[in-house]
Design a protein around this ligand. Structure first.
Ligand SMILES: [Zn+2]
Length: 260
């Protein structure tokens, strides 16, 4: 039986960029607006947060902003993020404090997924060991070293596992070395399978298009993960959610209300 009680997708910012970053080899010159999301899962055993969005300071502080986002590596500049979209303020809308989150699960550690860790420093931080290693390398320019340099309570994982009954970590490498997706079994209704950045857009899933950025250019790994997610969704009767698809998100956004 699932321990899940409530589930919220939470908008933490918006990034405008060329579509090729989401769909490898497709969308040159086409600018899209992508939601940057975190997901809160309330269970009978505590609260879990999947991803923590961007580091607000790197976006609003001019010096940090110039250092992290205004380089050749970032031709599209920083995401837009308002004070209201910071996770502590989002949680406050739900009557919660950051301390009410027990466990943070980072699907991967790119700047728009692990950037907000400093606001959640009290929690256990779960991430795949291969992801932590790749981030520290760093394996690509979307890892911002200071996001994960703090003295956090890391709980590195080496395999698929259940975070709680009804909340399962699914290995989906390809976009990054140790990327993980998450299967959430709600108390009622179909389970939700969060692809994370294994699939940014519905198009990635339908056409089995790898993300623009693939770890060591391993398109094969990324495509295998997309197929794995589709297979699992089919087996479980789950709804498979892409992670940076604005239309898909807006059709499901009910914050501060929730799924149950
Ligand atoms: Zn990413």
């Amino acid at each position: 039986m699932t321990a899940v009680r409530k589930f919220w997708p939470i908008l933490t910012g918006i990034h405008r960029y060329e579509k090729t970053l989401s769909t490898r080899g497709r969308g040159v010159g086409e600018i899209i607006e992508a939601p940057i999301l975190a997901y809160l899962i309330e269970t009978s055993q505590g609260r879990i947060l999947y991803d923590v969005g961007c580091d607000y300071a790197k976006i609003v502080d001019p010096v940090q902003r110039a250092h992290w986002y205004e380089s050749d590596e970032f031709p599209f500049g920083p995401p837009q993020m308002t004070e209201e979209q910071r996770l502590p303020n989002r949680l406050e809308k739900l009557g919660l404090r950051p301390q009410d989150v027990d466990l943070v699960f980072c699907g991967h550690l790119h700047f728009d997924h692990g950037g907000g860790l400093s606001e959640m420093a009290h929690a256990e931080i779960h991430v795949h060991q291969r992801e932590l290693d790749a981030a520290r390398e760093p394996a690509d320019g979307a890892y911002f070293a200071s996001d994960f340099a703090g003295d956090y309570n890391w709980c590195p994982q080496c395999a698929e596992y259940a975070l709680a009954p009804g909340v399962e970590a699914i290995e989906t490498p390809g976009h990054t070395a140790g990327h993980m997706s998450m299967l959430i079994e709600l108390p009622t209704g179909a389970p939700i399978l969060l692809a994370g950045d294994a699939a940014d857009l519905t198009e990635n899933l339908v056409d089995e298009v790898p993300p623009g950025l693939c770890w060591r250019d391993r398109e094969d790994l990324a495509r295998a993960s997309i197929r794995k997610l589709k297979r699992l969704a089919e087996e479980m009767g789950a709804e498979l959610w892409p992670n940076h698809d604005m239309a898909f998100f807006l059709a499901r956004n009910r914050f501060p209300d929730f799924f149950d």
